[in-house]
Write a protein that binds this ligand. Structure first.
Ligand code: GLN
Length: 270
């Protein structure tokens, strides 16, 4: 009987202990959910702001839709900001003031279909490249210019319109000379000059060129391209912390397919 009682007591102890343990576990679970709730509470605090500079007349990378800046760069930047726990704020400015703003620290980074070049690398740092670009030439559908080389032929006097401060501007000025190149403050104005007959062609990145040709009748893009380039995000020299974080985000968002999906959304495969 004693043995029986001892067994019952032992079982009772075990049962109590088990209940206790379970309760302790439940408490822990409760603690964790409280922590989670607290963490969520923290999450609702405003996130730190990450300020991006762009020039929002560069479809499909950045352009206005219903009063909002959208496009490949805007969406990739938003994904990077979300990955890093920041709130993205986009500031629209002239393309050739972006690097100045980044250097001055009035914005955290510049993202504008911006090509990595040796000269720019002297002024700012660049992230890993997230996309490639091609410089193309837009002409009127009935233009005498049929290939890029026509622009450089001996005795040729064709004039090119470009966006001020872009690689199209830099390369064209180098190849054609300043007198044959007119810089405009954005792509739309360069195309209006082509339509109006002030210039004979517009040298600009291929995807914006396609959008401009689609939006304006009587224009075409030459089959041959002018230059191949890599786009990247520019950051103030020495801000290695932000550069590291942005590169980490680009690697992760490339790996999980986010960047490809954003590009495919705006540039559907032919
Ligand atoms: N890719 C070109 C450059 O970096 C043009 C960029 C742009 O006009 N937004 O100069």
């Amino acid at each position: 009987m004693k043995r029986f009682l001892a067994l019952v007591l032992a079982l009772l102890c075990l049962a109590l202990c088990f209940a206790g343990c379970t309760a302790a576990k439940d408490d822990k679970a409760n603690d964790e959910s409280t922590e989670a709730t607290e963490a969520e509470g923290e999450g609702s605090k405003p996130k730190p702001v990450l300020k991006m500079a762009t020039n929002a007349y560069f479809q499909p990378y950045e352009f206005y839709k219903d009063g909002k800046i959208v496009g490949i760069d805007a969406e990739i930047a938003a994904a990077i900001a979300e990955y890093l726990g920041y709130e993205l704020v986009i500031e629209d400015m002239e393309f050739d003031t972006i690097i100045t703003a980044v250097k001055a620290g009035s914005v955290d980074f510049g993202m504008a279909g911006m090509t990595i070049t040796e000269d720019r690398l002297l002024e700012v740092d660049f992230s890993n490249s997230y996309a490639t670009g091609v410089q193309s030439v837009i002409v009127k559908a009935d233009s005498a210019i049929t290939k890029v080389d026509d622009l450089f032929a001996d005795g040729a006097t064709y004039k090119a319109g470009v966006q001020q401060g872009t690689t199209g501007d830099i390369y064209a000025t180098g190849d054609l000379g300043e007198s044959r190149v007119t810089p405009y403050n954005n792509a739309n104005n360069a195309v209006l000059a082509l339509i109006g007959g002030d210039v004979d062609c517009v040298i600009i990145d291929n995807e914006p060129a396609k959008a401009l040709v689609a939006a304006n009748s009587g224009l075409k893009i030459l089959d041959t391209s002018y230059a191949d380039e890599d786009y990247a995000i520019c950051i103030k020299k020495g801000n290695t912390e932000l550069l590291g974080k942005i590169n980490e985000a680009i690697v992760a968002l490339t790996k999980d397919g986010t960047i490809d999906a954003i590009v495919a959304k705006y540039i559907p495969a032919n």
